[in-house]
Design a protein around this ligand. Structure first.
Ligand SMILES: O=c1[nH]c(=O)c2[nH]c(=O)[nH]c2[nH]1
Length: 322
């Protein structure tokens, strides 16, 4: 048995676009989001595939290419499978193609596949002198990224899903007031003043995994709904810290979507530095980009957290107000 931990190869930046796919429809309506469907007139993805298996050892150690699927062929495999893909989401696509890889190449043992969705947003045109949404022209979004990834393996002859994750990354949110950061340790290293009302600019990566089978049909969580939950909870919460804020975003996601198993956060504090404290006749201030370094948090929120909160009645109280 080979002891090494790393032996894979693959292809990155496999771009594929398909036009006129069926839309992604929200599995449920939630109070935080007006999201109903994602128009898939242009479905664009940037895929990374990484395959592994002991049969590949000789390609590294002996220059034997007899078992090598050229990464160029992997690219073709992914792109051509977009034509036959029967689903609508990036989550379904990575599952479909990773499974097909393992079916087609019997010596491949593991496949990791990630798809970054390239969102194309609505634009406006005119009909009878009135503005209306175009069904022909779309704007490629430069904002947050929508991702889906899967890790599949061959196990005793069957193809099994080992790990699956959806992600919304590079979400950048500013709340202009009503955030505090006080009560932290004050010692000989502390120079940061307490702040009872700071603006808070955060970068967020939010990842979520489903309970087994949860992503199917009625359990699917659209990235747009996650984005809207994040901004809603930020708006509603007078946050004492980013740590507390992301915990509450995670709780809300688990509360709204029973299909989710857990939620993972990577946050960064990118709060602007103040340049002018007092703008005349205004509560506004002038800020500039913060100086490095930046602070970050990484935290996973689980169903057990939601259960604890329910038992201490916090969530129950919240729910009765909705
Ligand atoms: O929300 C915050 N959490 C921290 O842990 C921290 N540390 C810091 O200097 N500023 C902040 N802000």
């Amino acid at each position: 048995m080979d002891e090494r931990e790393m032996m894979t190869y693959g292809k990155g930046n496999v771009f594929a676009y398909r036009t006129f796919m069926e839309p992604v429809v929200a599995s449920r309506q939630i109070p935080e989001s007006s999201f109903k469907e994602r128009d898939n007139t242009v479905f664009g993805i940037d895929v990374t595939v990484e395959v592994g298996g002991k049969e590949f050892l000789s390609s590294f150690t002996e220059g034997d290419n007899s078992k090598v699927v050229a990464t160029d062929s992997m690219k073709n495999f992914i792109q051509r499978h977009l034509a036959t893909f029967p689903g609508t989401t990036a989550e379904q696509f990575v599952h479909y193609v990773a499974h097909a890889f393992l079916e087609h190449y019997a010596h491949i043992e593991t496949v990791k596949m990630t798809a970054d969705l390239l969102p194309f947003e609505a634009t406006v045109t005119t009909e009878n002198d009135e503005p209306k949404i175009s069904d022909l022209v779309y704007k490629k979004s430069r904002n947050e990224k929508l991702k889906a990834s899967i890790h599949m393996e061959r196990r005793e002859g069957a193809i099994a899903s080992v790990q699956q994750m959806s992600e919304l990354t590079d979400l950048q949110l500013i709340k202009v007031k009503d955030n505090s950061f006080v009560g932290f340790i004050r010692d000989e290293y502390t120079t940061l003043p307490e702040d009872g009302n700071r603006p808070l600019f955060i970068y967020l990566n939010i990842g979520w995994t489903y309970e087994p089978g949860g992503e199917e049909e009625d359990g699917f969580v659209a990235h747009e709904q996650v984005k809207d939950i994040a901004s809603t909870v930020f708006h509603e919460t007078a946050s004492p810290s980013i740590q507390s804020l992301i915990y509450h975003i995670g709780l809300r996601m688990l509360q709204r979507f029973p299909s989710l198993k857990d939620v993972r956060f990577e946050s960064q504090n990118r709060t602007w530095d103040t340049v002018v404290e007092q703008v005349p006749d205004s509560e506004g201030k002038v800020y500039t980009e913060p100086r490095l370094p930046y602070g970050f948090q990484r935290f996973q929120v689980t169903r057990a957290d939601l259960e604890n909160e329910r038992q201490s009645a916090n969530i129950g109280v919240e729910e009765s107000h909705r």
